[in-house]
Design a protein around this ligand. Structure first.
Ligand code: ZN
Length: 685
């Protein structure tokens, strides 16, 4: 394992700054900790609020990520207060948390790690805790204590599995004080703690013990190269896998969605395919997590589909049956160890393993599903390492339950911001490169949706995606080229959306072209182009939407961007208005045909949308001519024409689209909502 220590950088740092620096070095290596795991501390002397020199403990705040941690993510506590607890016999988690609150120096600090007392009771200045893959590969075996003593006896203490909290803290403190020459301890089935006089010494020790463990594992693997058996399931070709999963993912999402709607992330990386293809993986995957710290994300066990069927329908039924069986297994597990009042959590797996096809992970958004995916890559490595040494063994089921329903862990969930209106929703937007489509894509992303942006202009779609990334974070949006008038292109884009996010909830069918000419001059090619995009395009998008939503079975929403002209046509607009009128009829019939499936279909009728619209650039001049005014007067002309005397913007239309697609409009389908500042000729009747 590479030691990342850099003397010139570290040299200038002291106190909480050297702690933050070293924590980031640990966080930089995913083989040590990932996604908020692990913790670290320093003991130092600093003046308190009165100016008196005081012994201080800085400890990582609960939930912060060591990869990006900064000084503000550490909590400052009065060490003497913490050390007063060493003589206590016992303390509940709640008592401990309350006590820590009083020992904190200064307000506005993060809640300190649940392992704060453990750090406090260790009589060394610098303490680092990780869930290193190499170390847990040793602890997650049946005779771990003997193995650890053989490899690290005299250097590292050993603590049999104990849930984090007061007792574990006392135990570690006792071992550390009992032998001041120890360099750290190993927590069985959990991870590694190292300490030192300096941050560097403690860090070097982490790297050293992990490197030694890695070498031991390498030797074990050479002796037993395929502990889970040789790969017996041949993976399908990449294209075949994609086509199978495009069918399967909506089915999985629909079944899991009976409890909670999730975003699904599919992973067919070589590492996953290799693991799921081995005969021993089915059993080994059911034995629990590599460290209890992962439980909150990955849950007790994945669903493993043994011997997946070849036929797509057979496989879909098999996976659905597997999910229901999983639920059946989860409920007795929950009840078996339930003590007092506990609310049962989501009874579906967060991980589904399918030989030949890969792994599906779930989360409330892309990021959450990605965390599960990342964590499981570490788990499957540890399972294989431990199996090469002897056999993988995690904490027992009772402890799994205690940890999964541990109020301290679940408390972290309550710290998360409230979910937004379109959280857990997958929204596909057509014509998302500019104008109303772009504004709607941003508005959906702002409200927490995973947005799939499509446009015939792939570059423009990419720019919208990049803009959303910048504002709302990684993977809030993904995009691709789609020509709505091309059957194959539409099918491919929808497939890509399903393969990216696992399904579909909302489609905003927006892409359009405007051709303006009096009928006597209207070229057949322009008429045909308008029909292709403004009528056939919406039909193809609607058809693909229905096909996926039906497969998923969670209902859904379709919003059509029509035009005021459908109700109040203007001259020179035959091609545009006729084609849009056709698409409105398609939408209304879709509402009639699929109301019973919970699919709502609604229509927005904008008029004269200004700024950033491709349509406006295309036809503004022509419309100005048709109205007999100058182009630069057109905006005012339109504003004067409506009842509210107002200019209508793309963002105004996006608001209406979001409303219609939201649960706030859950009783509305087949409706038409004008966003035109009020045009009495276009009142619906
Ligand atoms: Zn831990």
């Amino acid at each position: 394992m590479r030691n990342l220590w850099n003397n010139p950088t570290a040299f200038k740092l002291a106190g909480v700054d050297i702690l933050a620096y070293t924590s980031r070095l640990i966080g930089a290596n995913p083989e040590l900790v990932v996604w908020g795991g692990g913790n670290s501390s320093i003991k130092c002397v600093e003046p308190d609020h009165k100016g008196d020199e005081t012994n201080i403990l800085y400890i990582k705040g609960s939930g912060s990520d060591m990869r990006t941690i900064e000084r503000k993510h550490f909590t400052r506590l009065r060490l003497e207060d913490l050390l007063l607890l060493e003589d206590r016999e016992a303390m509940t988690d709640e008592e401990m948390v309350e006590y820590l609150g009083h020992a904190m120096m200064g307000g506005n600090q993060p809640r300190p790690s649940i392992e704060t007392l453990l750090h406090a009771f260790v009589p060394h200045e610098h303490v680092y805790h990780s869930h290193a893959d190499a170390i847990t590969s040793l602890t997650d075996t049946p005779r771990s204590e003997a193995l650890i003593r053989k490899l690290f006896g005299g250097e590292l203490g050993f603590v049999p599995y104990t849930r984090p909290g007061f007792m574990l803290s006392k135990w570690v403190g006792k071992i550390a004080k009992g032998d001041l020459n120890l360099k750290g301890v190993i927590l069985d089935k959990h991870g590694l703690i190292t300490w030192g006089k300096t941050a560097r010494e403690a860090y070097d020790r982490t790297i050293d013990f992990c490197s030694r463990a890695e070498r031991f594992i390498q030797t074990a693997k050479r002796k037993r190269p395929a502990p889970l058996g040789r790969v017996t399931v041949k993976s399908l070709s990449a294209a075949e896998r994609q086509s199978r999963m495009a069918d399967l993912l909506p089915v999985i999402r629909g079944t899991i969605g009976l409890s909670e709607r999730m975003i699904l992330l599919w992973d067919d990386s070589p590492e996953v395919l290799d693991f799921v293809g081995r005969p021993g993986a089915a059993k080994a995957s059911q034995l629990g997590p590599m460290t209890p710290d992962h439980l909150m994300h990955i849950k007790p066990w994945p669903l493993f589909i043994e011997k997946p069927f070849d036929s797509p329908t057979g496989l879909a039924q098999q996976v659905m049956a597997g999910l229901f069986q999983f639920e059946k297994k989860y409920l007795p597990y929950f009840n078996r160890y339930k003590n007092g009042k506990l609310n049962q959590l989501n009874p579906y797996p967060r991980i589904i393993l399918i030989p030949g096809l890969g792994m599906v992970t779930t989360g409330k958004n892309y990021q959450a599903a990605k965390i599960v995916q990342d964590l499981y890559h570490h788990n499957l490595r540890v399972i294989q390492n431990a199996s090469a040494i002897s056999r993988f063994q995690a904490i027992n089921e009772k402890e799994i339950h205690r940890f999964e329903y541990w109020p301290m862990e679940n408390y972290k969930l309550t710290l998360l911001p409230r979910e937004k209106e379109f959280s857990r929703r997958i929204v596909l937007v057509t014509g998302g490169a500019s104008g109303i489509g772009r504004a709607a894509a941003f508005a959906f992303a702002k409200e927490g949706a995973q947005v799939f942006v499509t446009d015939v202009n792939a570059k423009g779609a990419g720019e919208t995606v990049a803009g959303i990334f910048e504002k709302y974070g990684d993977r809030a949006a993904v995009g691709c080229a789609m020509d709505v008038g091309d059957e194959k292109s539409v099918r491919e884009a929808f497939k890509k959306c399903v393969l990216t996010f696992g399904g579909l909830d909302v489609v905003f069918s927006n892409a359009g072209v405007a051709k303006s000419a009096p009928i006597k001059d209207l070229a057949l090619s322009d008429w045909e182009l308008s029909l292709k995009v403004n009528a056939t395009g919406h039909f193809l998008v609607a058809r693909e939407t229905v096909r996926i939503l039906k497969k998923q079975g969670l209902g859904g929403n379709f919003v059509l961007n029509a035009t005021k002209n459908v109700l109040a046509p203007g001259k020179d607009f035959a091609a545009y208005s006729a084609a849009k009128a056709a698409s409105v009829q398609v939408a209304r019939i879709m509402a009639i045909e699929h109301g019973g499936d919970g699919i709502r279909v609604n229509i927005v009728n904008p008029d004269a949308i200004f700024a950033g619209s491709k349509l406006w650039d295309q036809m503004g001049k022509e419309r100005a001519k048709a109205h007999g005014i100058k182009f630069d007067k057109l905006q005012d002309f339109y504003a004067q024409r409506n009842l509210l005397k107002t200019k209508v913007w793309a963002e105004d239309v996006a608001e209406a689209v979001l409303f219609l697609a939201s649960d706030r409009a859950s009783k509305t389908t087949g409706a038409m909502l004008p966003v035109d500042g009020g045009v009495k000729e276009a009142f619906s009747r």
